[in-house]
Ligand binder design. Structure first.
Ligand SMILES: O=C(CO)COP(=O)(O)O
Length: 250
């Protein structure tokens, strides 16, 4: 689990990775310990690789899942529960990624229920948000994203840093385009206010990650932007070299 004085660098492998990819986990796990005073590190591989990844992750690398169901168990073909993730030693779960909101029609209400299910099993949810290009061009980004987070996060937190959130502008995901440092700062400051309005002082302990085409070349600027407490990395997390290049920018 993280402390707010450290940044959280998280990798989301999405639907990528076969057993052979576990060697990347091993390489990452062997190196991230050198940065333990500056960061907390996490890889979220596909569900098939969770136990294998956990077996190789050691003490310095956290393993998490990319989604969980809101129910504890039951007739939900194809889904995995928060308890299943916790059982294999996972400690985080991404919820409400835009690819699930779009591809699986997940509402803010559904994402909030997933985040609450994660907390119920002692997992730390990373609740994602982000606007489309059209919303940004219309000047609606801040209003839409802050409302998304207000509606997708648990009603209350029982301890500091119990959740993290990730701002991932949809138009920056997998496109090579990143939001400008000024746009990221503006959004993260607005999200911080949303969290403090909702949770009081405890809202300051929630990490706000940036995601969307983060790579070693742009990580330094993004990670040192106001209210950016870490990164949620897609493509560049699939290889140890590029993930560690981002870690080295801390
Ligand atoms: O969606 C993302 C992480 O969750 C970002 O993906 P990319 O880093 O590939 O743009």
């Amino acid at each position: 689990m993280t402390q707010k004085n450290k940044k959280l660098i998280a990798g989301n492998w999405k639907m990528n990775g076969l057993q052979a990819s576990l060697k990347e986990i091993e390489l990452i796990a062997a190196k991230v310990g050198h940065y333990a005073d500056k960061g907390t590190f996490l890889i979220c591989p596909p569900a098939t690789l969770l136990p294998g990844a956990k077996a190789l992750a050691g003490d310095d690398l956290n393993i998490g899942a990319q989604d969980c169901h809101s129910e504890k168990n039951g007739a939900y073909t194809g889904d995995i529960s928060a308890e299943m993730i916790a059982e294999i030693g996972g400690s985080f779960v991404i919820v409400g990624h835009s690819e699930r909101r779009e591809g699986h029609h997940e509402s803010n209400e559904a994402v909030k229920a997933k985040a609450e299910a994660a907390l119920g099993q002692g997992l730390k949810p990373i609740v994602c948000c982000g606007e489309t290009l059209q919303q940004r061009e219309k000047g609606e980004a801040i209003g839409f994203v802050t409302q998304q987070i207000a509606d997708s996060t648990p009603d209350s937190l029982s301890k500091d840093g119990e959740i993290a959130i990730a701002y991932e502008p949809i138009w920056a995901i997998g496109t090579g385009k990143t939001a400008s440092v000024d746009d990221v700062a503006e959004m993260h400051v607005a999200l911080r206010k949303t969290l403090v309005d909702k949770y009081g002082e405890r809202g300051n302990t929630v990490e706000i990650l940036y995601g969307g085409s983060v790579k070693p070349e742009n990580a330094n600027a993004l990670l040192h932007t106001q209210d950016v407490d870490g990164a949620l990395v897609g493509g560049a997390s699939l290889k140890a070299d590029s993930f560690l290049g981002i870690v080295a920018a801390l």
